[in-house]
Design a protein around this ligand. Structure first.
Ligand SMILES: *Cc1c(COP(=O)(O)O)cnc(C)c1O
Length: 404
């Protein structure tokens, strides 16, 4: 029996050829491919500007550093996410504040995030779990309403005039809400191109920003270049031009740029990305139809013009299950050759966050969502026969929904 992996990368011959072309070109680090990928991402997402980096984690961290967030400040994110959404807050020395999810859901709403704001809050990192967007526009509106209570600590914060929104869009490239693309709405939007994400560069990420940020901060792209490349005022490509050896270091900054090898892979994937999203939605639709009437309840993935999920994760609730039964379901799926997963263990369950004083009992909705959660495989290497096998096996193991 062949195994169905959870989320292998979809690498095609055309991807390999474009990566090999960069390897043969004589220029392999940040250069023309990366700059072209940035322009293509801006065009795709509607963002005013994009900087490609080595991860979404680096992207979120640079946004916090750019805003001057540090000790004494608070940053709010979700209790129901991967550690990176919160660890970046710790990296800059600020205090992590976790919002519980909405009852029965895997995401806090914009209002849930806004309710966590105090006079110390500098930024909110909403997480688009599974590719379904948090309402970034509504969150910015709610934060704008509270601008009177906002106490800026530096000129950038003052110019923004309210708590910043740094969207963790690691899952949500290609999602839309209110007819606008993920990337053009929030102050900052951070994408991941890690190997398991919808679009991959093996490791990689990008930060983009909206029109208002671009107009208020015309040096933003240059700022991101400095922050991500040692604070050096000339990048490697500019320095190699004949006679242009001199440079300055304007601050002792970080090192998290993207290479042209990665960018070539990303550009190749972006060229067929809409086709990949269509296939992901088709698989979700087949899951939804095939598992209707069983105990497995799919988290909704809108697929419309105004609202569209990026269909990153097939998050299911095994209705009525406790942790033990959920774990047994995943083991039985594994025994049948189908790799499943759990998204997520709420952060307060993890050792690092327990050590920071977080108590899972204070996040009852996230804990309830976690206990019965199962993620089925969802990727573009699944054949129609694989999809049928997942439906048949998962439906049989879950059993029918209880009536009444
Ligand atoms: C993958 C992921 C990240 C981190 O992305 P990297 O590119 O690996 O840094 C952040 N947040 C969420 C929700 C993720 O799933």
């Amino acid at each position: 029996m062949t195994k169905i992996p959870f989320s292998p990368p979809d690498i095609r011959e055309e991807d390999i050829e474009r990566v090999v072309a960069v390897l043969r070109s004589g220029w392999i680090t940040t250069g023309p491919e990366t700059k072209a990928f940035e322009r293509e991402l801006s065009a795709y997402t509607g963002a005013a500007g994009t900087a490609c980096l080595n991860s979404a984690t680096a992207a979120m961290e640079l946004c916090l550093r750019w805003l001057g967030v540090g000790p004494g400040d608070e940053v709010v994110t979700s209790a129901y996410t991967y550690t990176a959404s919160a660890s970046v807050v710790d990296h800059v020395g600020a205090t992590i504040v976790l919002a519980d999810t909405a009852p029965g859901d895997y995401l806090p709403t914009a209002a849930d995030y806004a309710a966590c704001v105090t006079p110390k809050t500098r930024a909110i990192i909403p997480v688009d779990v599974a590719g379904r967007m948090v309402d970034h526009a509504e969150l910015m509106r709610l934060l704008g309403e509270r601008r009177a209570g906002f106490e800026p600590r530096n000129a950038r914060q003052e110019a923004l005039g309210r708590v910043a929104v740094i969207a963790d869009a690691a899952h949500s490239l290609g999602a839309r809400l209110g007819g606008r693309m993920c990337g053009e709405i929030a102050d900052f939007t951070c994408f991941s191109f890690h190997a398991v994400k919808n679009l991959t560069t093996a490791e990689g990420g990008a930060v983009c920003w909206n029109r208002a940020m671009d107009e208020a901060f015309p040096g933003l792209y240059q700022d991101m270049m400095l922050l991500s490349l040692h604070g050096q005022n000339k990048d490697a490509l500019a320095k190699t031009r004949a006679g242009a050896w001199a440079y300055d270091i304007v601050e002792p900054a970080w090192k998290c740029n993207m290479t042209d090898i990665q960018a070539a892979l990303g550009r190749s994937q972006l060229a067929r990305y809409e086709e990949l999203l269509e296939r992901r939605h088709a698989i979700l639709a087949r899951y939804a139809a095939g598992l209707a009437g069983t105990r497995l309840e799919l988290m909704p993935h809108p697929a419309g013009e105004r609202e569209r999920s990026s269909a990153h994760l097939a998050i299911y609730r095994l209705a009525g299950a406790d942790e033990e039964e959920r774990n047994r379901f995943i083991e039985d799926m594994g025994a049948a050759g189908i790799a499943c997963n759990v998204h997520y263990q709420p952060l307060p369950l993890l050792a690092a966050y327990r050590a920071l004083g977080f108590d899972a009992a204070l996040y009852p909705h996230a804990m309830a969502a976690y206990r019965s959660e199962v993620t089925l495989p969802l990727h573009t290497l699944l054949s129609d026969a694989d999809v049928e096998r997942v439906v048949e096996t998962a439906g049989r193991l879950a059993g029918p929904a209880s009536r009444g």
